[in-house]
Design a protein around this ligand. Structure first.
Ligand SMILES: *Cc1c(COP(=O)(O)O)cnc(C)c1O
Length: 407
């Protein structure tokens, strides 16, 4: 009776009976947990008791992780206080000095900066390559590669990596495939079926249920054998559980980036309506993309769900007919973009993605504004591009706002 996503997302069993029969899982807003005896404290510190201190684990966050594990079928799930915390803790877990990360230069701005600046100072090398060139990827990987990292649909270029083809390449090289799957939520497709070993999600986006809270999730599918990786040496005894064991027993405790109980409760509620909201915003996004193609001032409309898009077939194979709720379009100049943005009345000028409200931004001057022109060119960020994240409003009203702002 609990085999489908929507049912599991609402009816995940509680680990313990609630004393008041609360239907909503309570937010345990507490830092520490009491022990009846000195002996019980010894057990707690030896790791045999679930909850000691909320930097390490907390009942509400634990329940959120359990629900994500149940609906994704994952081996292990760990929640963080932002998507960036999830990415940085992920690489604290699997990288070490001398390791390299193979990835595309077409990355979310902060992920790019984490690799190219922060991790670089700790002796971790980032190797940028074109992920559509499978031979190039294979030749870039070597014995020190700790991961092939990619975004399933790059933001804002909206390029799609062929996950099955890339997973075949990395399997042969004994390297894990790590994917940022934020743009298409796990209710709509199964990353594990395409060879993804570790999934990383910014739950600030669709899952938070309307930009309520920040959050990040690492989903370990338990599919990669980490036991001979140098960074994982001390945890190899955990076998299939090596990644999650090191993450929970060492990295996540030492970095202190665990999700808060308040965020976990908000995001539990978000999970309950995730597939409903995604179906509506993604269908609206396709409709708006289609209509924008007929607007004369709009030069290029980029959405991989459009039949004219070069990634249409691949998007369909991996994500179905609705590859996310984000599209971009080009206007004739940067000035035209700014005039358009300033005339909007309904769509909000804001940097987030996948809120219940539609959000719009000029990426080149904001998210990528501190990057040099050369880097922006390499990342394929154009001055003429506008990014729209489609919300739950009626798509006719959104189109009306876009039309009036184009003048
Ligand atoms: C927003 C975002 C992130 C970062 O997540 P935060 O929760 O803002 O830290 C990472 N990757 C992608 C694709 C994103 O859209």
């Amino acid at each position: 009776m609990k085999s489908h996503f929507d049912t599991k997302a609402i009816h995940t069993g509680y680990p313990r009976q609630d004393p008041y029969g609360s239907l909503q899982f309570p937010a345990y807003e507490t830092s520490a947990f009491e022990f009846a005896t000195a002996e019980a404290m010894v057990d707690a510190f030896a790791g045999t008791v679930e909850f000691t201190y909320s930097r390490i684990s907390n009942p509400t966050v634990d329940y959120f992780e359990k629900r994500v594990a149940e609906i994704t079928g994952a081996f292990g799930v760990t929640a963080f206080n932002s998507g960036m915390a999830a990415i940085s803790n992920l690489f604290m877990n699997i990288a070490c000095t001398g390791a390299n990360i193979v990835t595309s230069p077409h990355l979310f701005g902060n992920s790019y900066s984490l690799f190219a600046s922060t991790l670089k100072r700790f002796g971790v090398e980032v190797r940028f390559c074109d992920l559509t060139d499978l031979n190039g990827v294979a030749n870039t990987i070597d014995g020190n590669t700790c991961a092939l990292f990619l975004e399933i649909i790059t933001n804002p270029q909206l390029e799609i990596a062929d996950l099955k083809a890339l997973s075949t390449v990395v399997r042969q090289k004994n390297v894990p495939l790590v994917a940022d799957t934020t743009v298409v939520p796990f209710c709509a497709w199964k990353a594990k079926d395409f060879g993804v070993d570790i999934e990383l999600v910014s739950s600030t986006k669709y899952i938070s249920g309307g930009a309520t809270t920040l959050g990040g999730i690492l989903v370990d599918h338990g599919t990669f054998d980490w036991t001979d990786k140098p960074a994982m040496k001390d945890f190899a005894i955990f076998g299939q559980g090596t990644f999650t064991a090191k993450l929970r027993k060492e990295i996540h405790r030492n970095m202190g980036a665990y999700m808060t109980p308040h965020a976990a409760q908000a995001q539990l509620l978000g999970l309950e309506t995730l597939s409903l909201r995604f179906a509506k915003v993604a269908a609206s996004c396709l409709h708006i993309a289609d209509r924008l193609q007929q607007v004369s001032q709009v030069q290029i409309v980029n959405y991989p769900g459009l039949a004219s898009n070069p990634f249409y077939d691949l998007a369909g194979k991996q994500f179905g007919a609705l590859p996310g709720a984000m599209l971009t379009f080009d206007l004739p100049s940067k000035e035209a973009c700014f005039i358009f943005l300033n005339r909007l009345k309904l769509i909000k000028r804001a940097t987030n993605l996948f809120d219940n409200k539609s959000l719009i931004i000029h990426p080149a001057s904001t998210i990528f504004g501190t990057f040099s022109q050369e880097v922006r060119d390499r990342m394929n960020i154009s001055d003429h591009t506008i990014r729209l994240s489609v919300g739950l409003e009626d798509s006719a009203d959104l189109l009306e706002d876009i039309r009036q702002a184009l003048g």
